[in-house]
Design a protein around this ligand. Sequence first.
Ligand code: GAL
Length: 823
Amino acid sequence: MGSSLGFALCLLIVFIGVASCTEVSHDGRAITIDGQRKILISGSIHYPRSSTEMWPDLIKKAKEGGLDAVETYVFWNAHEPLRRQYDFTGNLDLIRFIKTIQAEGLYAVLRIGPYVCAEWNYGGFPVWLHNMPGIELRTANTVFMNEMQNFTTLIVDMVKKEKLFASQGGPIILSQIENEYGNVMSSYGAAGKAYVDWCANMANSLDIGVPWLMCQQADAPEPMINTCNGWYCDSFTPNNPNSPKMWTENWTGWFKNWGGKDPHRTAEDLAFSVARFFQFGGTFQNYYMYHGGTNFGRTAGGPYISTSYDYDAPIDEFGNLNQPKWGHLKQLHHVLKSMEMTLTHGNVSNMDIGNGVSATIYATNETASCFFGNINTTSDATIHFQGTEYNVPAWSVSILPDCKNEVYNTAKVNTQTSVMVKKRNEAESEPSVLKWVWRPETTDDTIQLGKGSLTASQLVDQKVSNDVSDYLWYMTSVNIKDDDPIWSDDMSIRVNGTGQILHAYVNGEYIGSEWATYGVYNYVFEKKVKLNRGKNQITLLSATVGLQNYGANFDLTATGIPGPVVLIGRKDDESIIKDLSSHKWSYKVGLHGLDNVLYSTDSRYASKWQADNLPINRMMTWYKTTFKAPLGTDPVVLNLQGMGKGLAWVNGQSIGRYWPSFIAEEDGCSNEACDYRGAYQNNKCVSNCGQPTQIWYHVPRSFIPEDVNTLVLFEEFGGNPSLVNFQTVAAGTVCGNAYESNNMELSCQGRPISAIRFASFGDPKGTCGSFEKGSCEGRNNAMSIVQNACLGKESCSIQASEDVFGSTNCSDISKRLVVEAVC
Ligand code: GAL
């Protein structure tokens, strides 16, 4: 179907012996690769959210985790920051990323968008696009379509030139155009439908030889494949009966915003959603995210998306395995792949057993595979099947590849839990406290004098500055004569702003700040002021925290200070209002320190830093220090506790916005253990209530190759750098768990197991960090068995059985082996 032309081309190439190529197509059941129906497990890793040097390791971990493919979006605004000027360097080297996937022997899924959402600045659109005359984004508008086609074609041509589509022998088996347009399409009226058709035609005309996807697009025109996104997609059906059932985004957790709590989706529930999807006919599933990573620089969207994009994904922000999630899914993938033949060719029979319990049998002439599902959120179920009783815990799926033996149950985790710990920087002779120098941001011209480089007789949207900086100064002066009716003892300034940050100054004095929270797009700032008779200088600094990335017409949301900005004089019941909105406003984009690249190690202005009188809690202040890279190879994190809000650079490279002073909401965390049962949504099982949203900032090892490295902070609100330090992060405690007859595997991810704290085979109680023996216990000394097998080793494997641990005399209890070890 989808790519008959590609297939013909492929055959031709094979025929003339130029290169090998892979024919990717689909039928009503599955994606087919060289004619074979496939079960495909994929995971999202976004190349700009890690450093180039991390890619091989991340992709290797994806392969070890049982993935067939790695998915990425393509980030238009990063690649075309100025119109027709492109950047594919460093961690924007898309081709290198795809080749790294290929080198690891995995397939790739390329979601070009080029609108991507992704909690990425402006959803991936370059802001210059917004400023093109006559443009309307994401609709049938020729200016927009021309730009979208230009960029999409550029990407496809680059990829084709490197022969990276499967039809050319490369790893890319699927591609995507647009992203979830169906969710917002109705707001665009008839033009929206015309745009969808145009997207499909345009994509098809690029002749890539592999199928195109359109996620969340219920009217996707053929041959586009409509796919599902969400936490569960088992009941999804594509609009075209000939399309396979595909899941482009299984959300492995959720993103975090400034002021938001730490999301957590359990391994049990994630595995449950995957197993349900395959129970009910799914054949392609992608984890969004498999590695979330970091929003370096100003790439975070929002507004208010945090710098960490960890997502509670199977690989954590720093590249460590998030266990037990990674391992529990790895086992699931293994089981599903072992059933590929029955799942893709078997006859399907579904049995509804009642009370949320179901059985699905996939049978071929030779063999059969079974799923037993229980979506009841509280009661476990017993299923009688072909003379045997099977227990299926609440909210779980059991998988029996031969319809006899349960090989996997989504609620039974036979994988270690790793507790990550941070360690102080032990680099030789590194003092425990960093030595800082500082300098003020120059603000006389703006705060005192109101001097900018552009003027307008109106308040402008901050997007007019093409988003080259977070900062835009709005400045005006107002002459108030002696006889002006506004004079009173109670005078104030009122600013209607958008969700972004405002710092207000009147006559050279700071009078206050305002900002909103995630999902709130405006505020009213009002503050008493002392005004002069005669000239008064009003200076408003607006700072963006990522531009909106989602929603119908999200691109049009006001940014900065749309106004009105007014002065108010209150007397008795009367208010006299002086509207300054259409005064002559003067504008300056950015900060002097940014213009002078103070964050760069070779800035010409490097000499003007001072060591004495280090200020604390001073707004608009630059801080600089040097440090040694922590020893070893564990990932490095910067602890910015005590700082307010600003930007951070290491050796000139931006590691993102920081905002540790933004405290996460107080409510919504529970002391009770998180229950995996019941439908997940992002407020479930959260943690970190009432704590700073983010104090740890990832510094990829490749950013700190030097013996002496430089850290520069621009502090916007005021902070105290004395607590700032570098640490490493790695598994500290690992807890192994295996139900009877399974193997318990423990690993310290490259480091030796240094001690065993707890070991018991029987019915131990508690969780990792607080295990206790139960009433049932194997006769042999579990502690010494585990010590012998594991101590000093990087990983070990022990069978959870009475053969190894001795008989227990408690046959009615389901037994397990539990171990707590120190790395
Ligand atoms: C989806 C979108 C993704 C991402 C996700 C939430 O709607 O397609 O790009 O934004 O939501 O993380």
